[in-house]
Design a protein around this ligand. Sequence first.
Ligand code: GLY
Length: 397
Amino acid sequence: MKSFIISLFTLLIVSSGCITQVETIPTLEFASQQLELLIAESDANLDAENRSNRGRLIAPRTVEGGELHFVHSGDWTSGFFPGVLWQMYELTGEEKWAESAKTYTSLVEREKRNGRTHDMGFKVYCSFGQGYRLTKDMDYRDVIIESANTLITRFNPTIGAIRSWDHNTDKWEHPVIIDNMMNLELLFRATQETGDSTYYNIAVSHANTTLREHFREDNSSYHVIDFYPETGEVRKRNTHQGYAHESAWARGQAWGLYGFTMSYRFTQDPAYLEQAQKIAAFILTHPNMPDDLVPYWDFNAPDIPNEARDVSAATIISSALFELSSMIEGEQATYYENVANKILANIDAKYRSDIGDNFGFLLDHSTGNHPKDSEVDVPINYADYYYLEAFSRSLGN
Ligand code: GLY
């Protein structure tokens, strides 16, 4: 409730030490105005795709070079736009958001049989999972279970982990990326729905392998751990989207924090809670963390402070900290909640799109893949998704 009150009036920006009054409009009013625009753009895209019989590009992902980019259902981010719309339905209770959410969710359904990637949780859980949580539509439940069945085909029991990618086979044999922790929610939910512990056991095995192999002494995590499929031993410790193999890619740290916090919610394993707190400490006490708590794209990027920020990492961290604060008691819980609120307040003050800009995306200044010079300092759909989730959690949802 606290952050709602903050965003309802004006923001007092504390990061610079002095207090500056910045006019903002309330989060829901802002999000409604922007998303009306993004829906109009996306509906027009669907019409054009249907008219041309392509029917391929379904969901808005980003803006680059002044152009709105749409992705096909197989893209790892295809579920975030429907997920944003479901969250708007939950936050406002307005049917119009559910109507659009249903349209864009249905376009992701074909992914339930796509076993060529680990991104099932991102694609299906953020769309169908949110839709099922809010509507209890049994068809949505079926898609979740079928998707979980597809995802577990990528599990290697010798390694104890789900294979993330099939690309770069010249470099990696069984790559497991820290991001993959996020796909476990789909598996935990599948067990809750079916009573079949297979999904739960695979999720726990994956989390345990990640806990054992991905983290350094300082509790930062590698991005990619590659394993020998026959023995389960580690082949390589690499990065893909970070600055260097030994650096701390910001969004990777955010995925780890969120992933272990969420895994503790389902398992109550204290090792996961402890790891989440260690990751939080790494992130929040890092000397290269800016005062406004919106990280540079990599904590070890070479030209800090002249490096791009990653607002998406900040939104994931904020959302995770709200959940983490609810799992413990005392001063530490208050600290996490205060930090989560401060991140949201700073994002509202400095990183929102101007009304009517960025084709309706909510936030600017995320970084997707800096080493490839792709999506640097741009709006990205997953930043908007976790921003709304963090906002919703700030209200106690
Ligand atoms: N899962 C890919 C990313 O975070 O960019």
